[in-house]
Design a protein around this ligand. Structure first.
Ligand SMILES: [Zn+2]
Length: 69
């Protein structure tokens, strides 16, 4: 599983991704679903991140915590 696939699976909002995985993803770094969803971390209705843009993948590359299994 790649890290992007992991992000897809997590269904977290950008805020939680940044917080939990110590990332610094800006709004323009990620793709979110068009419709609002429920973040599986904070349980708030929010825009759920489904992937990090290809040219921003380096931002998650060095996250040791965000491991693909
Ligand atoms: Zn959240």
């Amino acid at each position: 599983m790649t890290k992007n696939e992991k992000i897809h699976e997590l269904e977290y909002c950008r805020k939680c991704l940044n917080q939990v995985y110590h990332l610094n993803l800006k709004r323009n770094d990620v793709m979110v679903y068009e419709y609002l969803g429920t973040c599986k971390h904070c349980n708030k209705t929010s825009k759920i991140v489904h992937r990090v843009k290809r040219n921003k993948l380096w931002k998650i590359m060095f996250s040791r915590k965000l491991k693909g299994d």
